[in-house]
Design a protein around this ligand. Sequence first.
Ligand code: SF4
Ligand code: MG
Length: 318
Amino acid sequence: YVIGSSEKELRFVHAVRNVSLNLNYNEILGIAGESGCGKSTLAKILYGAVDPPLVLRRGSIYLHTSEGRIVDITKLDKEDLAKRIWWREISYIPQNSMNVLNPMKRIRDTIIETFKFHGIEISKDEVTKYVRDLFDFVGLPTDVLNAYPHQLSGGMRQRVVITLAMMLNPRIIIADEPTTAVDVVTQLNILTFLREYQNSKKSSIVIISHDMGVHAYMDTAIAIMYAGSIVEYGKSEEVFQEPLHPYTKMLMSSLIVRGDKGLKRGIPGSPPDLRNPPSGCKFHPRCPFAMDICRKEEPPIIEISKNRFVTCWLYAKR
Ligand code: SF4
Ligand code: MG
């Protein structure tokens, strides 16, 4: 992110740094970490939605398209993205998506317009035909098409947005905190729906959440983010069974006490100010295992076993 309005005070804050990830076919990849760690920024970059003050300084995002080509989506302009990539290849369900629907428009018109944006003309009647199955799948009656957003509950709006995101059968769905603003029952419905959709289409999902419960339920692979970087990555069952990074361990213990109000223990300390990050390992001020080297040098990315990575000096062979 660029901070500052005048040329003189202009400076970069590295919201995301040194991230290297693979999203495989038929996979649910979770991105976990406290709020402010860069999860949403990463989601926007993956989708190609890089708007000021967000700037992509370096890096590539290679997509294997449904036509069998490989494109670097960071090289495409907005028009190409809208016509070729967004919705057809990758859909994005933004954070607080229940508020993205235009309050002045009936759902049907929003759908028609969104199609238009992607270069597809569709009539009012066709909309009904088009969404019937998807609405069925998410448990929405077709009457919803004639409603204005304010006539729907938060959970229903959320499901409308999710339906929108799936209308052109994307092979990748990026969902940013899809369940934070809804009640527990709706939460479970939405997650189950995403999982079933993924399974039936063999598509891939990137699910972003600060809630480790969501990851435990959804993920096949998980990446733990801290202060803009990934500190641990692996198959979900392996990371949950044996977390390696001290930060991951803390996140896991927050999961165990979750739900017991008396014990609601947060993670001690708070994430660093990225305008002025700590030296060495950015987690060192909060880490119970911090050593001298941690304060001085950034830890390397260590491959513990196949597809299992951790960024921590404790695992370095020295
Ligand atoms: Fe803790 Fe050091 Fe590992 Fe960072 S590198 S997580 S400070 S032990
Ligand atoms: Mg966020």
